[in-house]
Design a binder for this molecule. Structure first.
Ligand code: DAH
Length: 339
């Protein structure tokens, strides 16, 4: 009898039931009046008197364990059942929590949109570049300070391989494989070896513009940039070009827009000048055209380059540049409406 009980105890542990019928069959097999356990109970009176205590205890254990096991099986598939009942297959998939577009992507897309409408297409180039495309082909002298270790990320074992410090490198990438008319914008990430603070980061984003054709003049550049400023910052926006210097343009200029906070009156944001700087630009230096395989006697061109973070700051008044790369969702969800 003890053997039989032991065997049933083992059997009980392995019981399985995946629906109510199977469970009921098990209950009948073990726990019903005509079930296996009751049969043993009936046999109990035949057990020798000195074994009754031991066998009795085992028999009770078997009964309890069987009841527990069957209750556990019931609970398990009832939980599954409930799950199925709660899953409403007719429910619509919405509203779902959508992600938000990153503010820099919003601004970048807006810049792309504006220039696309003016006939510019998008060109791309690598972030890990060589010295030629970033500096030499862009007319940087051998000893130009921008090549300095302070600014550029170099790879010690391969001094020629660098992280591009500006998207002007894509100008060179485009010109070396195509002939005018060229009209491209090049959005992308750039890297500079700067100490990270609220106003500087070791990486940021730029959009470069390049237009090369016959008879391209500074007037064309000015008109395109004015149109861009109006579309980006509003119809009343004014622009101002100040003479500047870049190795790859001659003449070079920096462009300011009228401060859209005070409307040009003067405020802390524009440091009481009424103007804020947004980009660098100029006529492509003939030496750059020649270095990249374009005949500077036939063609001329203009170029410009702007920082996406800078434009985003002007639009959204973000005081700390680091917010753009921290991915704090409290900051990012602020731009839900702008999506
Ligand atoms: N590459 C410059 C920078 O990173 C920006 C720039 C200035 C781009 C003038 C141009 C340009 O194409 O003509 O500061």
């Amino acid at each position: 009898m003890l053997e039989k009980i032991e065997q049933l105890l083992k059997e009980i542990e392995d019981l399985k039931a995946s629906n109510a019928e199977e469970l009921e069959a098990l209950r009948i097999k073990y726990l019903s009046k005509k079930g296996a356990i009751n049969a043993l109970m009936a046999d109990f009176r035949n057990v020798a008197a000195d074994k009754k205590k031991e066998v009795g205890m085992k028999l009770n254990e078997l009964k309890n364990r069987t009841q527990e096991r069957i209750a556990a099986l019931k609970e398990a598939f009832e939980a599954q059942d409930n799950g199925a009942a709660e899953l409403d297959l007719t429910r619509t998939a919405y509203p779902v929590d959508l992600g938000t577009r990153h503010p820099l992507s919003i601004v970048k897309n807006e810049i792309i949109d504006i220039f696309s409408r003016m006939g510019f297409t998008i060109a791309d180039g690598p972030e890990v570049e060589d010295d030629w495309h970033v500096f030499s082909s862009m007319n940087f002298a051998e000893d130009h300070p921008a090549r300095d270790m302070q600014d550029t990320f170099f790879i010690e074992s391969h001094p020629d391989i660098i992280l591009r410090t500006h998207t002007s490198s894509v100008q060179s990438r485009v010109m070396e494989v195509s002939q005018p008319p060229i009209r491209v914008i090049c959005p992308g990430r750039v890297y500079r070896n700067e100490a990270i603070s609220y106003r500087a980061h070791c990486f940021f984003h730029q959009v470069e513009g390049l237009y090369v054709d016959k008879n391209v003049s500074f007037t064309d550049l000015k008109q395109v940039l004015l149109q861009f400023a109006k579309e980006m910052f509003g119809e009343d926006t004014k622009i101002r070009l100040r003479p500047s210097y870049f190795p790859f343009t001659e003449p070079s200029a920096e462009m300011d827009i009228s401060c859209d906070i005070c409307g040009g009156e003067g405020c802390p944001f524009c440091k009481y000048t009424g103007w804020v700087e947004i980009l660098g630009c100029g006529m492509v230096d003939p030496a750059v055209l020649e270095a990249n395989g374009i005949d500077s006697k036939v063609y001329s061109g203009y170029a410009f380059g702007m920082g996406v973070e800078r434009i985003a700051n002007l639009k959204y008044k973000v005081k700390d540049l680091r917010m753009f790369s921290e991915n704090d969702t409290r900051f990012l969800t602020e731009f839900e409406a702008a999506n």
